[in-house]
Design a protein around this ligand. Structure first.
Ligand code: ATP
Length: 286
């Protein structure tokens, strides 16, 4: 048997939320589908960079030629889960021209004056692009529920609204990749301690992170509800064990590769006469 590190074809299957998924017993330190350890994940991510880059370029080319397809990567996770690392190390593997990244923080006054999906709709990727949401409309059933920012009947009604919205997106040609990065309570504690310990990480620390950590159990419950109620056949959730950052990055890159492959795009046909253009170029020879 070969010892070469590899990634199982079933990796993304294994990460997909199915009926009966139980977040409480989910092992956040596991590396499902990976043959090899953390450094194997890093090596495999480098290999995948080339694949991802070519697939993304095809999507971009398709968009430039009038194609309507796009990909939306929705990133969720509690503080320190590694969302920023995914943007930097995975999304960073492709041409930034083809990517649009949006972070969603506390809604502005203008955003609050509209329904919760208003700011989301405005940030959707153009055809040919990969859109990345660093936090998303799911905050409106996570922090909004845990912190009681709106009455229960309001957040209750949002799960169905989200499902309808995503069905609409998919019907319009967007592949929706929903990723929840799940760290353990212990790992989050260590990452927060490191942010406090190291002056070069202080900028990442926010005293509010401790308040959120104090509501850990409520957030787990709110995430469980998200998975139970919004993991649909057209836009399933993938829950990624994120205690090992390098594994999590590899897993998300594999999800993106599969999403792009599912579009089954070819290089667009030239809309000019290639032979004639070759002749014209030849005629310019000095
Ligand atoms: P992060 O914690 O994601 O690294 P950050 O610390 O830089 O980011 P911001 O991006 O400015 O902070 O905002 C993130 C915060 O905004 C989170 O605490 C999140 O819960 C909150 N937030 C996002 N969406 C909403 C929403 N719809 N309603 C209320 N709070 C929200």
């Amino acid at each position: 048997m070969s010892k070469k590190p590899s990634l199982s074809h079933e990796l993304t299957e294994q990460l997909r939320v199915r009926e009966g998924f139980d977040l409480a017993s989910f092992d956040r330190g596991a590396r499902p589908g990976l043959k090899g350890g953390s450094s194997a994940a890093e090596d495999l991510l480098v290999e995948q960079g080339g694949i991802l880059d070519e697939l993304q370029e095809k999507l971009y080319a398709h968009g430039r030629s009038g194609g309507t397809r796009s990909v939306l990567l929705v990133l969720q996770g509690l503080d320190t889960a590694g969302k920023g690392g995914i943007v930097r190390h995975v999304v960073g593997l492709v041409d930034p021209q083809g990517v649009s990244i949006r972070s969603f923080g506390v809604p502005t006054e203008e955003e609050r004056a509209h329904d919760f999906l208003w700011r989301i709709r405005r940030a959707l990727p153009q055809p040919g692009r990969i859109g990345v949401f660093d936090r998303s409309h799911y905050e409106d059933v996570l922090v909004a529920r845990v912190d009681e920012l709106v009455p229960p009947d309001v957040w209750e009604s949002r799960y169905d609204l989200i499902n309808d919205f995503e069905a609409e997106l998919v019907a319009a040609g967007t592949v929706v990749v929903k990723v929840a990065l799940m760290v353990s309570y212990e790992e989050q504690g260590e990452r927060l301690a490191e942010r406090l310990e190291r002056p070069d990480k202080h900028w990442k620390y926010n005293p509010g992170d401790i308040d959120t950590r104090l509501r850990w159990d409520d957030y787990q419950e709110a995430y469980q509800a998200v998975f139970d109620r919004t993991s649909t056949p057209h836009a399933p959730w993938h829950v990624i064990p994120a205690d090992d950052k390098r594994y999590a990055r590899l897993a998300v890159s594999q999800l993106l590769v599969e999403a792009l492959e599912s579009l089954d795009l070819d290089w667009p046909q030239a809309d000019f006469d290639v032979a004639a253009e070759k002749e014209r170029l030849e005629a310019t020879r000095r």
